[in-house]
Design a protein around this ligand. Structure first.
Ligand code: AMP
Ligand code: ZN
Length: 478
């Protein structure tokens, strides 16, 4: 598989550190409100990367944090007159619900910054001991110029950055950071202000800086060198640049081998963001559209292409998804007939010669820097192939094989369910239906036909039609 690496600005062949295993760290949301659909883009895209790597046989350790201590959370907590953990815990739960709706698998680990403070303090200590950090009045700063590679990810020249910063001398005074040795230095640990959450440390009672959290949690849950580090492109500078500086200065090892950044989800040409106020929450959009449509919409563009959000484009995605679901439904119908008919020579030939080409081309698209846009168009081709080559008289085995391929590519890899929600039956409903059917069978055995008919009517009320066949009782949705 080739991955575009922000570090080298080239597509490179992906080679994991340990054969067969991949460690991925994805910067997660700051939890002070419901997430918006812009935040959902990296979640969906990198979940799809994870699924694809699993489809290729890798064992994936997927770590994505929740930033649960931050100015925005504290501000919200003060407004609502609650502890900031009340805000962060609430929105972590809400975020998890949105992720589930979007079929984003839970990470192997979802670390939270506030639960990792001792490790963060250790990391700051290491940096101070190695001369890469210093304390001034309770604040610890990273000594940016002490790290040689600074600027390598964002391709910025450190002297250009310096002159950019010099103009901000006045701002430094305002922010209380005028005690820095160099304007390029950034905060690792800051003392608390009145009413802020804080932890004891050798320097002050305070809290860690945002960049430090990710460096610390990535190492703890994956290791000193990550295979892949990912996030939205707004994180390249300064967040990821600073993560590299802290981690490489502390560990003397390369921090991440491949850096992947998704482009923005835009609205009328602007980045969708909380601060611009031009956002839709995942929750609102999912009340209006099937969340699967949103996932399908996101994957209809390659992740490095900016994607414009409009209701019209979402409606187009809904129509496209419908074509796939109709195809799947047709196949399920033929497969479900269980007609036991052998494959025809024509079907056999198609299965052996034509069907594998779809999987190969799908993989080829995904191998090209996760080109989900091309992968989706191959799903459409598979649906056209299905429609052209199946009918009522096709063998069930043929339909089943086509269905299995569609299921693997769409459901498992892209995370797009191929069964309509309305057609799904929850486990408890399923057990109830089965219990009612056995009760009816017993009633018939006891020649209690009135009760048997009553149960049939009750099932019909639940939208279930039953049929007595030679193989036993069959049922389907009305
Ligand atoms: P935040 O909560 O702002 O730290 O963002 C969480 C994740 O969402 C980060 O990886 C951001 O880069 C990403 N993100 C935020 N806004 C957008 C957007 N409009 N389009 C794509 N990604 C975004
Ligand atoms: Zn991060």
């Amino acid at each position: 598989m080739k991955i575009y690496n922000t570090l080298t600005r080239r597509k490179e062949e992906f080679v994991p550190i340990t054969p067969g295993k991949v460690g991925i760290y994805v910067c997660g949301p700051t939890v002070y409100d419901f997430i918006h659909i812009g935040n959902a883009r990296p979640m969906i895209v990198f979940d799809t990367l994870r699924r694809y790597l699993e489809h290729k046989g890798y064992e994936v350790n997927y770590v994505s944090n929740f930033t649960d201590v931050d100015d925005k959370i504290i501000k919200r907590a003060i407004e609502e007159n609650v502890d900031s953990s009340v805000i962060s815990e609430k929105y972590i739960e809400e975020c998890k619900k949105d992720m589930e709706a979007l079929n984003v698998s839970p990470a192997t680990t979802h670390p939270q910054a506030t639960k990792e403070i001792p490790d963060m303090i250790n990391l700051v200590n290491t940096l101070i001991n190695k001369g890469h950090a210093y304390e001034k009045n309770g604040t610890v700063y990273f000594r940016t110029r002490s790290f040689n590679g600074y600027g390598k990810l964002s391709h910025k020249n450190i002297d250009d950055l310096e002159s950019g910063h010099r103009a901000e001398a006045h701002q430094l005074k305002v922010s209380g950071e005028d005690e820095k040795e160099d304007p390029l230095d950034f905060v690792l640990w800051k003392p608390k202000k009145e009413g802020e959450p804080s932890w004891k440390s050798p320097w002050s009672e305070g809290r860690p800086g945002w960049h430090l959290e990710c460096s610390c949690m990535a190492k703890k849950y994956i290791g000193g060198t990550l295979d892949i580090h990912a996030g939205g492109e707004d994180l390249i500078f300064p967040h990821h640049e600073n993560e590299i500086a802290q981690s490489e200065a502390a560990n003397d090892a390369e921090f991440a081998r491949y850096w992947m950044h998704n482009a923005f989800l835009k609205i009328n040409g602007d980045k969708m963001s909380k601060s611009l106020g031009n956002f839709f929450t995942v929750r609102d959009i999912c009340n209006k559209y099937d969340p699967q449509v949103i996932r399908f919409f996101m994957l209809s563009a390659q992740y490095r292409t900016p994607l414009n959000f409009s209701e019209e484009l979402v409606q187009d995605a809904a129509k496209g998804l419908d074509r796939i679901l109709n195809g799947a439904e047709k196949l399920a119908g033929i497969a479900g007939k269980n007609n036991g008919k052998p494959l025809s020579p024509e079907e056999e030939k198609l299965l052996q010669e034509e069907l594998p080409k779809f999987t190969d081309r799908f993989d080829e698209a995904m191998d090209d820097d996760l080109n989900t846009a091309d992968a989706v168009s191959i799903l459409f081709e598979l649906i056209r192939f299905t429609n052209a080559n199946t009918n009522e008289n096709s063998s069930s085995e043929f339909a089943e094989k086509l269905y299995d391929t569609l299921f693997e590519l769409s459901d498992k890899v892209l995370g797009i369910h191929i069964v309509r929600k309305a057609d799904e039956i929850a486990d408890d409903e399923l057990s109830k239906i089965e219990a009612m059917i056995s009760e009816r069978t017993e009633a018939k055995k006891a020649r209690n036909f009135a009760r048997a008919d009553e149960i049939r009517a009750e099932l019909l009320d639940m939208g279930i039609i039953i049929e007595d066949t030679r193989e036993g009782v069959k049922w389907k949705k009305a």
